[in-house]
Design a protein around this ligand. Structure first.
Ligand SMILES: [Zn+2]
Length: 184
């Protein structure tokens, strides 16, 4: 198979040289109550892999990163809840990265997946004089899940998306894992 990073022929999803370029990220507190654990820093090769995953539909990136997410699953977690992509983007880009990651982690760990977050249809932009700033995504619950929810998302940036997910699902959330994190 081809290395997802440098496209050299080999036996693994990522060759040793590329794997050594991934940098471990630190945890971050979300909504003052749960810890989000990104697997890698959102820079360099990790950033390129996530770009291929989110915008070019390279689904194998989920299988590549899943073992690293699985390492960070919090104690007390019983089910994986993917943070869904805004509907309009999912339709346009043909992939829901949070769900693909959750599915890959679920395959590894045997943990069930519950798609209980309802995404907004599109993401509004705040019209500004100089620049447009993106509004935070607001999720609604489809159902109230049992305790032990682990949120699964692709990239942790400001944390606003995960905060919205925590608000929607309430105290049953015990933690979050993401593929990469910016500024962590
Ligand atoms: Zn490589």
């Amino acid at each position: 198979m081809l290395c997802l990073g440098c496209h050299a022929i080999g036996h693994e999803l990522l060759c040793g040289t590329c794997r050594r370029q991934l940098v471990t990220a630190g945890p971050r507190l979300i909504a003052d109550c749960i810890v989000a654990r990104p697997a890698f820093r959102h820079e360099g090769l990790a950033r390129a892999l996530i770009h291929d995953f989110k915008y070019r539909g390279v689904v194998r990136v989920a299988a590549l990163l899943a073992p690293s997410l699985a390492e960070f699953l919090p104690a007390g977690g019983r089910l994986l809840v993917p943070v869904p992509r805004v509907v309009a983007r999912h339709l346009r880009l043909g992939i829901d990265p949070g769900f693909e990651l959750a599915r890959a982690v679920g395959r590894l760990t045997g943990m069930p997946i519950a798609r209980v977050l309802r995404p907004p249809v599109w993401r509004a932009n705040h019209a500004g004089k100089q620049r447009r700033r993106r509004a935070a995504v607001a999720f609604r619950p489809r159902a109230q899940p049992p305790p032990g929810v682990i949120l699964v998302d692709d990239v942790l940036t400001t944390g606003a998306t995960l905060e919205s997910a925590v608000r929607a699902l309430g105290p049953g959330v015990v933690g979050a894992v993401t593929a990469t994190g910016a500024g962590v």
